[in-house]
Design a protein around this ligand. Structure first.
Ligand SMILES: [Zn+2]
Ligand SMILES: [Zn+2]
Length: 343
C-alpha cells in the first residue's frame, strides 16, 4: 500500500509498505481522509520524542471498513467510520469510569514513543481495534470526520465545567482548537463568548463562528476590556488555549470570583500562575486532555451545524503532497489551520 513514512526527523517519504495485519478484534480501514495534527508537526522534527522513526503518523482519520477480524461485531465491510485517536484498554480503573483519555495503557495512533509504536493513518490502510470505531451518518463528509478528533477536544474541554444558560465565557487563543471551543461554548448555551488573540484574522473568524466579542491583546488590556464589556461583572469562565504565562494570567485575572479557568493549551511546560488571585478569589482550575467518548455528541453538533469545521480546513490534498505541507506547517506559514490528506 501507499504510505507516508517518517524515515528520520523532518524526512517524510512516500513508500510502498505492506498492508497491516489485523487481529480478531480489529478492523482494516481504507483511509479516505486524515488530518495533520499540530502534535504531528511538532513531533516530526524529533523534538517531542513521540514520533520516533520509522513511523506512519496520522490519528485524525476516517474511511471505510475493508476487512473485519473474526470476532468483530456491530460493524461490517463497507461501513463508513471514524475512530478515536486513542487506543484505550477498556479494562483499567479509568476506562471503567469512562475516563478513557486517562487510560493506564493508552496508545495513540501514529505515535512511537519508545514504549510503543502504533502506525497511523497517513496511508491507504490502517488497522484499529473495533471498540474505538464510530459509525458516520449518511452524507457526513470524510474530511469533516477527520476533524471530529479536534472537535472532541473542544467539546471535552467545555464539558469539564458546567455552563449555565446566560454565562459569559472567554477563550484566550483562537487558533483551530480555540475556534472550536468558541463554538462548543455557544452550543452549550453561553450567552456571550469573548475571543482573545493577537491575530486580527483569527479574531474575525472567531466572530464569524459565534464569538460575541473580540479583543486583540496586543492593542488592549484584556482585563480592563472584559470589565468594560461585561458591565464590571467579569466572565464566569475562561478557556486558555495557548499555554504561556501572559495568556494564563489573562485567563485567571478576567474571571469573576468563584469562576472557573480551563487550561487547554500546554505550549510551555511551566508558567507563572497568579496564585493569590486564584486563592483569594476562590477560582477553580481545570486541566483537560484529549476526549473521553464525546465523538457521537460531536457528530451530532457538526451535523446540526452548531459546530462548523469547513472554515477551519485550509486545504485538502493528496498523500504525495503531504511532505511539502508538513514543511509549510512546520515553518508556521501564516493563516494555515487544518490540512487534510486524502490517501
Ligand atoms: Zn490530533
Ligand atoms: Zn484503560
Amino acid at each position: 500500500m501507499k504510505s507516508m513514512i517518517l524515515t528520520k526527523p523532518k524526512k517524510l517519504e512516500i513508500q510502498d509498505s505492506p498492508i497491516p495485519k489485523f487481529g480478531k478484534n480489529e478492523v482494516l480501514i481504507r483511509v479516505k481522509a486524515c488530518g495533520i495534527c499540530g502534535s504531528d508537526v511538532h513531533g516530526y522534527d524529533g523534538s517531542s520524542g513521540r514520533r520516533i522513526p520509522p513511523l506512519i503518523m496520522g490519528h485524525e482519520a476516517a474511511g471505510t471498513i475493508e476487512a473485519c477480524g473474526s470476532e468483530v461485531t456491530g460493524f461490517g465491510v463497507g461501513d463508513r467510520v471514524t475512530f478515536d485517536s486513542t487506543v484505550y484498554c477498556g479494562q483499567c480503573d479509568y476506562c471503567t469510569k469512562g475516563q478513557v483519555n486517562l487510560c493506564d495503557d493508552r496508545m495513540v495512533l501514529g505515535v512511537s514513543c519508545g514504549e510503543y509504536r502504533r502506525h497511523g493513518a497517513f496511508a491507504e490502510f490502517v488497522t484499529v481495534p473495533a471498540h474505538i470505531l464510530y459509525p458516520l451518518p449518511v452524507g457526513f463528509p470524510f474530511e469533516h470526520a477527520a476533524m471530529i478528533e479536534a472537535v472532541s477536544v473542544a467539546v471535552h474541554a467545555v464539558g469539564r465545567i458546567g455552563i449555565s444558560p446566560g454565562d459569559i465565557s472567554m477563550v484566550v487563543g483562537v487558533g483551530m482548537i480555540g475556534l472550536l471551543v468558541v463554538q462548543a461554548l455557544k452550543a452549550a448555551g453561553c450567552l456571550q463568548v469573548i475571543a482573545v488573540d493577537i491575530d486580527n484574522d483569527r479574531l474575525e473568524l472567531a466572530k464569524k463562528l459565534g464569538a460575541t466579542g473580540a479583543i486583540n491583546s496586543k492593542d488592549k488590556d484584556v482585563v480592563e476590556e472584559v470589565l468594560a464589556r461585561t458591565e464590571g461583572r467579569s466572565v464566569d469562565s475562561s478557556f486558555e488555549v495557548v499555554g504561556a504565562t501572559p495568556t494564563v494570567q489573562s485567563a485567571v485575572h478576567a474571571v469573576r470570583k468563584g469562576g472557573s479557568v480551563v487550561l487547554v493549551g500546554n505550549l510551555a511546560p511551566e508558567v507563572g500562575l497568579p496564585l493569590q488571585a486564584v486563592v483569594t478569589r476562590e477560582l477553580s482550575l481545570f486541566g483537560t486532555c484529549a476526549s473521553a467518548g464525546e465523538y457521537p455528541k460531536c457528530i451530532e453538533l457538526m451535523s446540526s451545524g452548531a459546530i462548523r469545521v469547513e472554515p477551519l480546513i485550509s486545504a485538502t490534498v493528496s498523500l504525495e503532497e503531504g511532505p511539502s505541507w508538513f514543511e509549510r506547517l512546520h515553518k508556521r506559514e501564516r493563516g494555515l489551520m487544518k490540512i487534510i490528506l486524502n490517501p
